[in-house]
Write a protein that binds this ligand. Structure first.
Ligand SMILES: Cc1ncc(COP(=O)(O)O)c(C=O)c1O
Length: 437
């Protein structure tokens, strides 16, 4: 028996080859713990935490119960000039796990909204402190910052940019990956800190007084998992601080334990001025994002404003009661089960298992960092991306969910994965790569 709908045409699917998908649909009907099930009852091991978001495993009862209870108690409450208790509690809980000083939380509904919110906060801050000429934003090649106009403009993935307009006044640093100098790294590559010096070049070109903020993913995820070179983030921090430029870490993927600490900022020991987050904030169960702001940015905007609304920004669903309930229950699970520490403890087991794939002929590079891996394969001649897609399909059909970005397979399992499940992920991926060769 199957509950696959007869008509797939009306749903215009996001980031999907709609024609290819609808000719050969694959979908999930149910999930629990480390697994999904397809509508026809096949079990699929989740190697990607859904889409980098289900850090505590699927359908965790405390989260689903908290959502159900919230839905029956307070379905919606505006947070414009009003609010409800759980959104304040969640903000306080988040402020307690973000790096010291980043104690003010602005809620959104997604990673993309968090990015655009952070960029707007940066612009508003500079203006509030009398630095209104600072309007330029700097991103990085191969960066992924979601799909809204700000995020696409500072992002650096050409396929996500070329169909659209970009904001003016945006520049990009070079990406940090070099196959020649960094192949098969575990953790942070030794080579590449000097690439951060390019920021000094952009300051020299434009003038520091025109630059509001720099945004980077501390570890680039969607472009294929690029851990930061040793010393790189420290340099970015020093250069931005020296020139009065805000530093934004986009932690939509790296937040909530992915790198063995609450945030990558703590894992790498570098504190930015703003952190964007989403995904693991509610374990993917209800859409929610947030921006954590350092005190001087919050105060610069709020205390310098004329009486009235200090920041003309917010979403109808900022801090939605269901999302707040899910967030609180999710943070409880992370703490009660020590999942951030578990992720740190698994780093070596994970890296050993994944780097074991190196002997396969088609492997071009493997990068591991925390509980994430990028397994880069050589493209099929004349068909970039075809191998990644074939491995993704093959793995799915054989019971493993992976994520393909071009010819790189990205892995980010729920942080509850057992060592046996890690072994299973790697064995199944190996079989899929061989079968799709
Ligand atoms: C670093 C980063 N920023 C922003 C986003 C966008 O998040 P969303 O898809 O929730 O809008 C993503 C999504 O993967 C991401 O990885």
């Amino acid at each position: 028996m199957s509950n696959i709908p007869n008509d797939l045409s009306a749903f215009w699917m996001p980031f999907t080859d709609n024609r290819g998908y609808k000719a050969e649909p694959r979908m999930f009907a149910k999930a629990a713990g480390m697994h999904y099930w397809t509508p026809d009852g096949r079990q699929v091991l989740d190697g990607t935490g859904g889409l980098w978001c289900v850090n505590a495993g699927h359908c965790r009862a405390p989260i689903t119960q908290a959502i159900a209870q919230a839905a029956g108690e307070l379905d919606f409450a505006p947070t414009f000039q009003l609010a409800h208790p759980s959104v304040f509690r969640l903000a306080t809980r988040l402020a307690a796990i973000t790096p010291e000083g980043l104690d003010h939380i602005f809620f959104t509904n997604s990673g993309s909204e968090s990015v655009d919110t952070a960029l707007k906060i940066a612009l508003a801050y500079q203006r509030s402190i009398g630095q209104g000429t600072r309007t330029r934003l700097i991103g990085r090649q191969r960066g992924y910052h979601g799909v809204n106009f700000g995020g696409v403009s500072v992002g650096g993935i050409v396929g996500n940019r070329r169909q659209f307009l970009s904001l003016p006044g945006v520049d990009h640093l070079r990406h940090t990956h070099s196959h020649e100098h960094q192949a098969f790294t575990r953790g942070q590559p030794a080579w590449g800190a000097h690439l951060a010096d390019e920021l000094e070049g952009l300051v020299a070109l434009h003038g520091a007084e025109t630059i509001a903020a720099v945004i980077v993913e501390p570890m680039a995820g969607s472009t294929g998992v690029l851990p930061p070179p040793v010393g790189y983030l420290e340099k970015l921090r020093a250069i931005t601080a020296k020139h009065g430029i805000l530093l934004i870490f986009d932690e939509v993927i790296t937040g909530f334990g992915r790198l063995g600490a609450p945030f990558a900022a703590q894992a790498f020991g570098v504190t930015p001025d703003l952190i964007t987050m989403a995904k693991g904030l509610t374990n993917g169960a209800v859409p929610m994002g947030a921006v954590a702001a350092v005190g001087f940015v919050h105060d610069g905007i709020v205390n310098n404003a004329l009486p009235g609304i200090e920041l003309a920004h917010g979403y109808t669903y900022s801090g939605h009661p269901l999302a707040a309930a899910a967030g609180l229950a999710t943070l409880d699970i992370y703490a009660d089960e020590g999942l951030f520490e578990r992720s740190a403890a698994l780093t070596d087991v994970w890296a050993d298992a994944i780097h074991g794939l190196r002997d396969l002929d088609v492997i071009h590079d493997i990068r591991t960092c925390g509980f994430v891996a990028g397994v880069e394969m050589k493209p099929k001649p004349g068909a970039p991306g075809a191998r990644g897609k074939a491995v993704f399909h093959r793995a799915f059909d054989d019971g493993l969910l992976v994520r393909a970005t071009a010819d790189t397979i990205a892995l980010s399992p729920p942080l509850i994965a057992s060592e046996a499940e890690i072994g299973e992920i790697v064995d199944r991926l190996r079989a899929a790569i061989v079968a799709a060769a």
